[in-house]
Design a protein around this ligand. Structure first.
Ligand code: ZN
Length: 261
């Protein structure tokens, strides 16, 4: 295989790895922010549940006091009944007693309703407490991961950049500029030819070109030629050991590319 082509294959693996490392580096702080938002939301939910619970408690205390007041009033009215002299007086007192009894019944119903709401808020508080625990742990993990990625990826990027510069210096400038132009436009500049097709764009390679591309004779006319895909313009390479497509997915290890060259 042409030496430039071999170098370009490795260069492409380096470029894809750099892209992946940089994307991961950029994404980590976004994950931290998302975890912060989720945790803040859980905090708000917990605070709201607590606020609702204490509001219900205050309400019930005042209802209970109200009931006691009215019970006191009823016993005072009953005492007055004992000394009442006229039928009109007794009727008026009975009316007041019945009015207070109704008020007590209403207060007791309202107290029950408040207890039911309290049950629901208790459940919400339990859920919010759990969510807060989970989101707190997620945030801590996201922070550790972001710090780790910042350190690790920055160092790895620097290492690959050094290797990459040395590699580029060995490649013919015209070929390098073709690679740079296509990979900038299409994401990759080199593509494997598999089964009469360009693996990147899936278009057929014409039979004559396929024959020239796959000719392994070192003395043949095209032994040192770099063919390009007539459809996408990528530089084509052929590896006789491969009959399964190689996907140049981000994250492919440099080692894999070295093995495939
Ligand atoms: Zn193509």
């Amino acid at each position: 295989m042409n030496a430039d082509l071999e170098h370009l294959i490795i260069l492409q693996a380096q470029d894809l790895e750099l892209r992946r490392l940089r994307a991961e580096l950029a994404d980590a702080p976004i994950q931290v922010t998302a975890a912060q938002t989720a945790r803040a939301r859980a905090e708000v939910a917990l605070a709201e549940a607590n606020k609702s619970l204490s509001k219900e408690e205050t309400l019930r205390r005042s209802q209970e006091l109200d009931v006691k007041d009215r019970q006191g009033k009823i016993s005072r009215l009953r005492k007055q009944m004992e000394t009442a002299t006229s039928a009109a007086q007794i009727a008026a007192l009975e009316h007041e007693i019945s009015f207070s009894e109704q008020a007590i019944a209403t207060l007791e119903d309202e107290e029950l309703a408040s207890l039911e709401r309290t049950d629901a808020f208790d459940l919400a508080r339990g859920k919010a407490t759990l969510t807060l625990e989970v989101t707190t742990a997620t945030l801590a993990a996201a922070r550790v991961r972001a710090a780790d990625i910042a350190t690790r990826n920055t160092a790895t990027i620097a290492g690959i950049e050094t290797e990459r510069a040395a590699l580029r210096a060995q490649i013919d400038e015209a070929r390098l500029s073709v690679y740079d132009r296509i990979s900038k436009a299409k994401g990759t500049g080199v593509s494997q030819a598999i089964d009469h097709k360009c693996a990147a764009c899936q278009m057929m390679v014409r039979p004559q070109r396929w024959n020239d591309l796959t000719d392994r004779d070192p003395n043949s006319e095209y032994a040192n030629t770099i063919f390009t895909c007539e459809t996408c313009g990528r530089l084509l390479f052929y590896d006789p050991r491969q009959d399964a497509p190689i996907r140049w997915a981000p994250g492919e290890k440099l080692a894999a590319a070295t093995t495939n060259s």
